[in-house]
Unconditional design. Structure first.
Length: 139
């Protein structure tokens, strides 16, 4: 009999390939304006802080979209900072969906360590990115 601590339960999620696909899809959807806040009352203060701290404009949706696109251009699969397997969202807009969190040293945000968390929702025709947070990393 094989001891239970040795039994494999399949590959660890998310794989590098899965992360690469999620980042590419999120970037493409956000560029197309297909994103929304998981919780507006939680995400708005994130954008307000980015505006104050980094003196970038985040008032308009177009400004926020540009910030998100720029962040995703910097993020790589090795910046994944979420759990394995990914945690599930409890927010009503994305309940039960896998959340992908990333932490990276950002050139755009003046070499600051940043944090971004999102998930993908909807079917192929209605696919969108649900943004949970984007802010300076906090321990």
């Amino acid at each position: 009999m094989i001891p239970s601590r040795i039994i494999s339960h399949g590959p660890e999620r998310p794989s590098q390939r899965e992360l690469y696909k999620k980042l590419a899809e999120a970037s493409s959807l956000i560029r197309a304006g297909k994103w929304f806040p998981a919780n507006y009352d939680k995400l708005k203060p994130n954008f307000d802080d980015l505006e104050r701290t980094f003196r970038i404009e985040t008032t308009l949706v177009e400004d926020q979209t540009k910030v998100l696109v720029t962040a995703l251009e910097e993020i790589r699969t090795e910046h994944y900072a979420g759990s394995r397997p990914p945690q599930k969202s409890y927010e009503p807009a994305a309940k039960g969906k896998d959340m992908f969190a990333f932490r990276w040293q950002s050139d755009f945000f003046t070499k600051t360590e940043m944090y971004l968390k999102f998930c993908l929702v909807g079917d192929d025709r209605n696919r969108q990115v649900c943004i949970f947070s984007i802010h300076e990393h906090k321990e």
